[in-house]
Structures are given as structure tokens and as C-alpha cells.
Design a protein around this ligand. Structure first.
Ligand code: EPZ
Length: 438
């Protein structure tokens, strides 16, 4: 398995191009199942989860072409299989996003329950309850969700009230509702920018979605959806990660092709902590640390538009270099502090009580061999390695490859001393040619 070898102490300086949002591309790829016509997606990040999602669609019978590395041209005209298998879903839970589209277009779907992952049990009970409100019959058989639309194979519009905000739950039922008979209202919908991006694609395909990005989404079902072309929004979590990278190394970066408005709460929190961030224009951020250094600031993770859980680990790394005590409270996932124990091995002063981590800074971090446990924990350890004294080896970086495109190349281009140590062929992303880039 690949590792990153990092020598800390370098101040990052230069320009970083932000890629497309993994968590928007994943539902948008699944949305292509809603039509037999061609759906073209641009600015799709070349990361492992996207390759996995594309392969799932191909296993179902769709054609997925990549005329360029970050462009997907998908045609789901010949879907012959309606099942997302366990061995795939357990590696990437976002594959449950094929459930809503398959059920809506074909009246049937069989999707493995995803099982838990490093950060939590990750149930999909809310997805299933929501689909039942659209008339779906749902049963659990040998670890699989078996869903049917009993009314002539078509879902019926209805009212969905989510007890808890769920991003992919909102996305699954939003996609299903586009082809349901009649009107659907989704209450307590997730408000993440990726929801609005998915709705924009669906409306380009001929859907009638209103209110995406607000807590209430209304969908008037249509008979068919058609071809569309769409550009995926920039990745707000990659943006936040590089904002932290500039701040933690006392460097200065310009982030291009980002969307500052999607990172408003992260920018506000970092500014409170002493990071100087200028919104140069609608797609460019300029960031550097203030002369006085960083100040500890508390944060609580909550659904958008509050502070994102996907930035919690990166923020924790930054707070080890901030003067004072910060309390980081994780309210979304039950087990998302695993990076803390690896940070402690680097000398960080972090104590955990329940769902709150208390970080005391400023601590000198010392390079060490550390192990990544999940996608965002990996990013946290890379950030720590950038500021630690000596060498840090981050193991199991296949986690980071799931959601960051060539992060070591982007960091090296702005002065980081980081290299990928390839441990085996299997752990690497397939060469572009192998994934059908013509
Ligand atoms: C999405 O996961 C993101 N993944 C996650 O990003 C992100 O951390 C999460 O939303 C929260 O923002 C994608 O978009 C592909 P949820 P999702 O359903 O949809 C509970 C990353 O690092 N819940 O909003 O799976 C759940 O256990 C990944 O890019 C239920 O109880 O998250 C959690 O506690 C990690 N029942 C909370 O709700 C359900 O049916 C929020 O989960 C669904 C969720």
C-alpha cells in the first residue's frame, strides 16, 4: 500500500487549482441512470471513488466514456442489471445512490446494505423510509435492500419528512421523485451545495425541482428525463483543506477554480482563528497566516450551512498550531476522532471526552510513522506532516486517493517536501488509458 513521505517545515507558496467536488459527482453519475439518453459531466475529479462509481454503472449495463480524464459521457440506454453488489457497496457506500434512480426508472432495485465504515455505522434507514413514502415496497433479504414500485412500476409522489438531515438520503429520494407520478415535497432536506448541483443537473435533464439548497424541496414528477451536459461544482472540502495547508505552514497560497460562497463558514472560522483570507473573485481565494499567528477557536460540526464534518479533522490539525485551548465537537458521526490518536503520537496535546476533542496549542509536532484510517483523517495527517519537525510517513494513503486528486503533486508544486512511496501496483489508481480515456 502506498505511503507519503513528508519532511515538515516548508512554507507553502504558490497557486493551487481546486478540482471538481467528489460528493457532487457521485450522485450526478448515479443520476445518469434516470435516462437512456447521454449525460455528459465535466470537471469530474479523477479519484478512486469516482472510478468505482463509474464501474458500478458499467456493471449495470451503462456505457461510461471518458473523452477526457475529467469528463464522463454516460449512456444508460441498455441497463440489464438492477443490483449493486455487496463487495462494491461495502467499499464505497455512495453506491447506494443508484437505489433511487434504478427504482424510479425501472420499478426495481437490489442494493446491498453498505455496512459501517471507519467513521460510523452509516445506516440507510432514512433513505428507505423516504422511498416508502413514494410508494416503494422495501424488504431486507440476506443483507440486501430489495425495492419495488408496485403501482405499475412507477413511484407515487408524496411527502417526505426526514427526522435527521441526510445528504445522500436527500439525494436518493430527490432523484427518485423526478420520475414519480405527481408531486413530492421533501422536508428537512440536506442543504449542502452538492444537493443544488444535483438538482441543476436533474432540471437540465427535464426534471422539475424547486427549492434545492433550502430545507424544503418540491419535485413535480415527469414521465421521462433526457440528455444533459453539466459541469460539477468545485470541491469545497479540498478548498478548506488547502486553506488549512497554507495556514498551518505559515505560507501563502492562491486557490483557483474554487467557489468561496460554498466555503463561507469555513472561511469565517479560519478568519476568527487568525487566518487572512481574501476573496479575490467568485472563483479565487488568497490565503496566508497573520503575523501574530493562530488563535484557538472552538468549532461544532453540523449540517450545511454550518461547519462541515468533512473539515473537522483538518481543522484539528490546524488547532495544534493555535495558541490556546480549542474544543472541537463532532455531532454528525459517532467515531470521527481516529486521527486524534495518530496526532498524539506526533506530540499533539489532544484529549477526547465523548464527542468533543480538546486541543491545546501551540505544540511542536514531531515527525512519525502514522496510519490513515479514513479519507479526511488522511488529510489531517498530511497537514500535520507539513508542519512537523523531521520526517512523517503517512501509511495507507489509498484512503486519501478516494477523494483528493494528486494531492501530493499539488502540495509539491507549492513547495512541500512530499513524495509518494509506491508499495504495490494494486494500490495505485489505474492509468488513465485503462479507465477508457481515449
Ligand atoms: C455524505 O455522507 C458525504 N458523502 C460525507 O462525506 C459527509 O461526511 C456526510 O454526507 C455529512 O455531511 C457523500 O456525499 C458521498 P449523512 P452521507 O447521510 O450522506 C445518519 C467524505 O469524507 N444517517 O448526511 O452518508 C448518519 O449515520 C464523506 O467525503 C442515519 O442515521 O451522510 C450520520 O450520523 C464522509 N440514517 C448522519 O445521519 C440514514 O439513513 C448524517 O449522515 C442516513 C444517515
Amino acid at each position: 500500500m502506498d505511503k507519503f513521505r513528508i519532511r515538515g517545515g516548508r512554507k507553502l507558496r504558490g497557486r493551487v487549482q481546486i478540482g471538481g467536488a467528489k460528493n457532487s459527482a457521485l450522485p450526478c453519475i448515479a443520476a445518469a441512470l434516470l435516462t437512456g439518453e447521454s449525460v455528459t459531466l465535466h470537471n469530474v475529479p479523477y479519484v478512486r471513488d469516482i472510478i468505482t462509481q463509474g464501474r458500478l454503472l458499467e456493471d449495470l449495463g451503462a456505457q461510461v466514456l471518458r473523452p477526457e480524464l475529467r469528463t464522463h459521457k454516460i449512456s444508460a440506454a441498455n441497463i440489464e442489471i438492477f443490483e449493486a453488489p455487496y463487495d462494491l457497496v461495502k467499499t464505497m457506500r455512495a453506491s447506494v445512490l443508484v437505489l433511487g434512480p434504478l427504482l424510479a426508472r425501472f420499478g426495481k432495485a437490489k442494493v446491498s446494505l453498505p455496512g459501517g465504515c471507519a467513521i460510523g455505522t452509516r445506516p440507510i434507514d432514512l433513505h428507505l423510509e423516504a422511498l416508502k413514502h413514494l410508494g416503494a415496497q422495501v424488504s431486507l433479504e440476506a443483507g440486501y435492500v430489495v425495492a419495488r414500485a408496485p403501482h405499475r412500476g412507477r413511484l407515487q409522489g408524496g411527502e417526505v419528512n426526514f427526522d435527521k438531515v441526510t445528504v445522500t438520503g436527500t439525494e436518493n429520494v430527490l432523484m427518485a421523485a423526478t420520475l414519480a407520478e405527481g408531486k413530492t415535497v421533501i422536508n428537512n432536506a440536506a442543504r449542502e451545495p452538492e444537493i443544488a448541483d444535483l438538482a441543476e443537473l436533474l432540471n437540465r435533464m427535464g426534471a422539475r425541482v424547486r427549492g434545492a439548497g433550502s430545507p424544503t424541496i418540491t419535485i413535480d414528477g415527469v414521465e421521462h428525463l433526457g440528455a444533459a451536459e453539466h459541469t460539477i461544482i468545485p470541491d469545497r472540502i479540498e478548498t478548506g483543506t488547502f486553506l488549512c495547508a497554507a495556514a498551518i505552514t505559515d505560507g501563502e497560497l492562491e486557490l483557483k477554480d474554487c467557489r468561496p460562497e460554498h466555503s463561507a463558514i469555513v472561511i469565517a472560522k479560519l478568519r476568527e482563528a487568525g487566518v487572512e483570507i481574501e476573496e479575490v473573485n467568485q472563483s479565487t481565494l488568497h490565503v496566508r497566516c497573520c503575523a501574530e499567528g493562530l488563535t484557538a477557536r472552538d468549532v461544532v460540526t453540523e449540517p450545511h450551512p454550518r461547519f462541515p464534518t468533512d473539515m473537522q479533522a483538518q481543522y484539528m490539525a490546524l488547532m495544534t498550531q493555535a495558541a490556546g485551548v480549542s474544543r472541537i465537537t463532532e455531532t454528525i458521526f459517532e467515531n470521527r476522532f481516529m486521527h486524534a490518536s495518530e496526532m498524539q503520537r506526533m506530540g499533539a496535546d489532544i484529549s477526547i471526552s465523548g464527542n468533543t476533542a480538546t486541543v491545546r496549542g501551540v505544540t511542536r509536532l514531531m515527525g512519525a510513522r502514522v496510519q490513515a484510517s479514513d479519507l479526511r483523517a488522511s488529510a489531517c495527517l498530511v497537514l500535520a506532516g507539513l508542519v512537523a519537525e523531521g520526517e512523517t510517513v503517512v501509511e495507507r494513503v489509498y484512503h486519501i486517493d478516494r477523494g483528493y486528486e494528486k494531492i501530493e503533486a499539488k502540495l509539491r508544486a507549492v513547495g512541500a517536501e512530499i513524495e509518494r512511496v509506491r508499495e504495490s501496483v494494486t494500490a495505485q489508481l489505474p492509468p488513465a488509458a485503462e479507465v477508457g480515456v481515449s
